[in-house]
Ligand binder design. Structure first.
Ligand SMILES: [Zn+2]
Length: 174
């Protein structure tokens, strides 16, 4: 039976009765919170928690609930969470592919960074910029596009690094 909040006047008559929400009902998280959470949480973290939660429950002899049971508590917002999670992962993977291409990374490194972008989300992009200094760039004589100077060939057209023309200011060993 739900608990009630009853207002009683001084003469003993009931003025107002209100039903209080049941204390046992789990608080439902709405769509907005779940979408926000999905955008900010790294997918790898969600995978780790999904695996770890039933394990910890079993270790502590708690009644274990499968991830599917937990999901079905709040299926609508939870679906929105998973969708946002996957979309953010895909966007971060795409961004990593572009950014690493811009910095002249080889194909293999670009694929690895894209996977890191998917698994780590926004944290993967932050990690990339923390680990990597921004290389100097100059215009390629082969294709006219901006190329990084610390590679032997242009990352766009494969033209070899052109030797700089002498302008009379070269330093010679004595
Ligand atoms: Zn080029």
């Amino acid at each position: 039976m739900p608990e009630q909040f009853v207002e009683i006047a001084l003469d003993g008559s009931t003025m107002r009765t209100r039903e209080l929400p049941s204390l046992n009902a789990p608080a439902r998280v709405g769509y907005g919170s779940m979408i926000g959470l999905g955008a900010l949480t790294p997918p790898s973290f969600v995978a780790a928690v999904t695996i770890a939660q039933p394990l910890f429950g079993a270790l502590q002899n708690l009644p274990s609930r499968s991830p599917v049971e937990s999901f079905m508590d709040n299926p609508g917002p939870n679906s929105a969470f998973v969708l946002t999670l996957l979309m953010t992962g895909a966007i971060c993977a795409g961004l990593m592919g572009r950014v690493t291409g811009h910095f002249g990374h080889a194909r293999r490194a670009r694929i690895e960074w894209a996977i890191a972008g998917f698994l780590l989300g926004l944290a993967g992009i932050v990690l990339f910029f923390c680990l990597r200094r921004i290389p100097a760039r100059e215009t390629c004589e082969g294709c006219g596009r901006r190329r990084v100077v610390d590679r032997d060939e242009c990352e766009h057209c494969g033209a070899p690094f052109a030797s700089t023309s002498r302008d009379g200011t070269e330093i010679f060993a004595a």
